[in-house]
Design a protein around this ligand. Structure first.
Ligand code: HEM
Ligand SMILES: *[C@@H]1O[C@H](CO)[C@@H](O)[C@H](O)[C@H]1NC(C)=O
Ligand SMILES: *[C@@H]1O[C@H](CO)[C@@H](O)[C@H](O)[C@H]1NC(C)=O
Ligand SMILES: *[C@@H]1O[C@H](CO)[C@@H](O)[C@H](O)[C@H]1NC(C)=O
Ligand SMILES: *[C@@H]1O[C@H](CO)[C@@H](O)[C@H](O)[C@H]1NC(C)=O
Length: 265
């Protein structure tokens, strides 16, 4: 009896602190209804679909982000908190304490940027809904059933070349590059191996297309905590893989010697 009384206020405060998202689980999934906000981030949309975040996509507070990223993806709480701090600029109100998945995250050239993997540039239309035509530009470079950092980097660069060539308002600042590298690394962090940078293509495609955790394909939450150093390692590997230079081919120096010999040098 005594313990029930002691626990009652705790139960009330938990219930009132999280009215919309007490039921987050990988098996509980419901797509957005007509009044639910969804935006350009396939993972935040997924977390809302699974009710790790408020299903209506509104009132995304720091606590909500920490709870969602720790419980669904085993993110370090400090990392989740840092990500929220970097994202809160999306809400233009001074001293904002929350953002929404659509009207805030969709704001072009704040966090949302050109050359996304699966969304159109704002110049061409809807910048936040999944677009299979755009996604196929990226997927053309995902040339094996297991993606590596070269394939992920190639898809990223291809989307940038497409935007730079055809979007007269193409914008991609150094800060956007840092966010973009994190986004390209994200599927490896969530569904793959952050030591090797490998991830099963089927899991990533399912996630982008359905905004749902790929449990029916056998995915389970990684056992180890995701730390900032994991994100930085995979982003760094992808950044390196965006270079179009290679080491010299084994035969090249021999060929060059023959050529030079033939020219008498
Ligand atoms: C506070 C947390 C987060 C915020 C505010 C956020 C916000 C965003 C925004 C604004 C974009 C759009 C960028 C663009 O224009 O392409 C985006 C893209 C993306 N995000 Fe998130 N995100 C968060 C966490 C995550 C996490 C934890 C993951 C997965 C581990 C993730 C995966 C992705 C991916 C894969 C994209 C690229 C989508 C594309 O290029 O089509 N995000 N995110
Ligand atoms: C979470 O990250 C913080 C700051 O980087 C670190 O001090 C802490 O040890 C991490 N926790 C875990 C469980 O890895
Ligand atoms: C925002 O916070 C700062 C620092 O705490 C405070 O000085 C300022 O008055 C706040 N602005 C609003 C609009 O609440
Ligand atoms: C997808 O993107 C293409 C290219 O930007 C565009 O023409 C098409 O209208 C978009 N589709 C949707 C459903 O927004
Ligand atoms: C990226 O390349 C640099 C230079 O070769 C190397 O020092 C660094 O370790 C690489 N980063 C990652 C994360 O592999």
């Amino acid at each position: 009896m005594k313990s029930a009384v002691l626990l009652a206020p705790l139960a009330v405060s938990i219930a009132s602190a999280s009215p919309h998202f007490g039921h987050g689980s990988v098996s509980n999934w419901k797509p957005a209804g007509p009044n639910d906000f969804r935006g350009p981030c396939p993972m935040l949309n997924t977390l809302a679909n699974h009710e790790f975040l408020p299903h209506d996509g509104r009132d995304i507070t720091k606590n909500a982000v920490i709870r969602a990223l720790t419980s669904a993806l085993n993110f370090n709480a400090t990392l989740a908190s840092l990500m929220f701090d970097m994202a809160i600029v999306a809400n233009p109100e001074p001293n904002a304490t929350f953002f929404t998945l659509s009207d805030h995250l969709n704001r072009h050239n704040v966090l949302e940027h050109d050359a996304s993997l699966s969304r159109s540039d704002a110049f061409f239309g809807n910048n936040h809904i999944f677009n299979e035509t755009i996604f196929s530009e990226t997927r053309a470079y995902w040339t094996d059933a297991v993606l590596n950092v070269d394939m992920l980097a190639n898809g990223k660069i291809a989307r940038q070349i497409s935007s730079k060539a055809f979007n007269p308002t193409y914008t991609f600042t150094a800060m956007m590059e840092q966010f973009s590298l994190g986004e390209v690394a994200a599927p490896v962090i969530a569904f793959g191996d952050s030591q090797t940078g490998l991830v099963e293509r089927a899991l990533v495609e399912y996630f982008f297309r359905n905004e749902r955790f790929p449990t029916e394909l056998g995915w389970t939450k990684r056992p180890g905590v995701v730390n900032q150093e994991d994100v930085l390692r995979v982003s760094g590997m992808i950044s390196n893989a965006t270079s179009l230079f290679t080491d010299s081919a084994p035969a090249t120096s021999a060929r060059r010697r023959d050529l030079h010999a033939g020219m008498g040098v």
